[in-house]
Design a protein around this ligand. Structure first.
Ligand SMILES: [Zn+2]
Ligand SMILES: [Zn+2]
Length: 306
């Protein structure tokens, strides 16, 4: 069963501080990994965090503000120098093709692997048999997209006791039943998967939503996710600034979490103006108790569904 782990590489808004680097979140699922945003210094944060990027399947860029993308050329260059050869999805708003063309033309970047570019789309940007990554539109000063990672639902747990009672001998038939096959025993009895498997288990899900005003579109898109990572640039006292710059306050992020019925909210993209984590958590928990504040290198693990 695959481990699902989220590691924050950068949690500051706009510019780095001595404690917080700019936006980047690493997600590991089994042997695969995915990177959300790539602010300046992300490659160094990857080294410091000790996370593995040899099996990176996708880089998902929310928007073209510098604090979300300025680390990309250096990061891709290093991935290439590390010997990466597999294709990789690069999801970003429209314009990424022009950006990459200029980087190539000026010899700033010449990746040794294929980038599958997915631009400006709402819908699926990556899918394999274990999980999918889809986008949702955000409400920011420039075109911006959030991303939702969803593990596909898992078959129910195998009920060994029940299988033995039905006279099924342990062996390859267990695997066939788990894969959904109906089998016929030697005495002619048929056993269906649902006879020996528990209920289907809901796959785990993680949403990455930054930068944005609180939005009904987002509430709908992230409904019920296990982890909602949402920007919370300002405390409520600076709501005017949040509105003018199209960001969310801590309270607004917490209200999105509550309305969407998510399991946990993790706040990130914190303005360098705010240095007290206590104030941020107090404001969030008053609305949504399962709130956490991301620090650089904070790690969250989602256990395999029961
Ligand atoms: Zn930002
Ligand atoms: Zn922005």
């Amino acid at each position: 069963m695959s481990e699902l782990r989220v590691v924050f590489l950068g949690t500051s808004a706009g510019r780095p501080t001595p404690r917080r680097s700019v936006s980047a979140v690493y997600l590991q699922f089994g042997a695969d990994s995915v990177l959300f945003d790539c602010g300046e210094g992300t490659q160094l944060q990857v080294l410091k965090a000790g996370v593995r990027i040899s099996n990176l399947k996708a880089i998902c860029i929310t928007h073209f503000h510098g604090d979300h993308i300025n680390g990309l050329p250096g990061f891709l260059g290093t991935v290439g120098l590390n010997g990466h050869r597999d294709r990789m999805v690069l999801a970003a708003p429209r314009g990424m093709d022009r950006y990459l063309a200029v980087l190539r033309e000026l010899s700033i970047l010449n990746p040794s692997f294929e980038l599958d570019l997915v631009q400006n789309s709402v819908g699926m940007v990556y899918a394999n048999e274990d999980y999918t990554i889809e986008t949702t539109k955000l409400d920011h000063r420039v075109p911006a997209y959030g991303f939702i990672f969803r593990e596909r639902d898992l078959v129910g747990r195998f009920d060994l006791q029940k299988a033995m009672e039905m006279g099924i001998e342990p062996g390859p038939v267990f695997g066939r039943l788990q894969r959904g096959e109906t089998i016929t025993l030697e005495d002619g009895r048929q056993v269906r998967p649902e006879d020996v498997l528990g209920p289907t288990r809901k796959g785990r899900s993680v949403a990455y939503i930054t930068d944005t005003r609180p939005s009904a579109t987002v509430v709908e898109a992230v409904a019920g996710v296990d982890i909602l990572i949402h920007e919370a640039t300002y405390l409520s006292g600076l709501r005017d600034q949040a509105m003018a710059r199209k960001h969310s306050t801590v309270s607004e992020a917490a209200m999105v979490a509550r309305e969407a019925g998510v399991k946990q909210l993790i706040l990130t993209h914190i303005s360098p103006k705010h240095t007290s984590g206590r104030d941020i958590l107090r404001e969030a928990k008053a609305i949504f108790p399962e709130s956490y504040l991301a620090e650089d290198f904070s790690e969250f693990v989602l256990p395999v569904p029961e």
